[in-house]
Design a protein. Structure first.
Length: 80
């Protein structure tokens, strides 16, 4: 399996969307009563926070990556 880049902004957005789904599922199951408009601030706030985390992650990665270069391979290095 190929490794992928960790993106914490997507993790935060997914958490808040899943939380909104959980709130509506509890309402549908009869555990509690949720007004239709109660989840809107939760989703909007979560998306705003995800955007801020994504921007911060991009800023940190740009600063760290600016001075780094790929290590050069020597002829004795194995291709694995």
């Amino acid at each position: 399996m190929l490794r992928h880049e960790f993106q914490p902004g997507k993790l935060v957005a997914g958490f808040f969307i899943a939380l909104a789904g959980l709130i509506y599922a509890g309402d549908a199951g009869g555990l509690w009563d949720t007004p239709w408009f109660a989840v809107i601030p939760l989703v909007v706030g979560g998306l705003f926070l995800a955007g801020a985390v994504g921007y911060l992650t991009r800023t940190i990665r740009r600063r760290r990556g600016a001075g780094r270069t790929e290590p050069t391979r020597t002829p004795t290095d194995s291709p694995n």
